[in-house]
Design a protein around this ligand. Structure first.
Ligand code: ZN
Length: 82
């Protein structure tokens, strides 16, 4: 992953930090995580790049194992996540 130039696929927040263990850890909304578009608990493939995207930790936590469409719908209904 390109450090310092990561962008959340869901809220479009940019410049996420991929180093989760940084002692000067940023707020969770600025931390990059790998999200599985189809959650592995729902049968999504864990190591398939097509099923992976960069997500900030806030979106990732909010999405959990919701389907992508369900999550985006929830998000568009004003349940502000980030
Ligand atoms: Zn986000």
């Amino acid at each position: 992953m390109n450090k310092g130039n990561l962008k959340c696929a869901y809220c479009q927040r940019e410049y996420l930090d991929s180093n989760k263990n940084n002692p000067f850890r940023k707020r969770e909304r600025e931390v990059a995580t790998v999200d599985h578009i189809i959650a592995t608990s729902k049968g999504g493939k864990k190591y398939d790049e097509k099923n992976m995207c960069v997500s900030c930790e806030v979106c990732n936590n909010a999405k959990k194992d919701l389907g992508l469409e369900v999550f985006l719908k929830k998000k568009s209904q004003g349940n502000s996540l980030c």
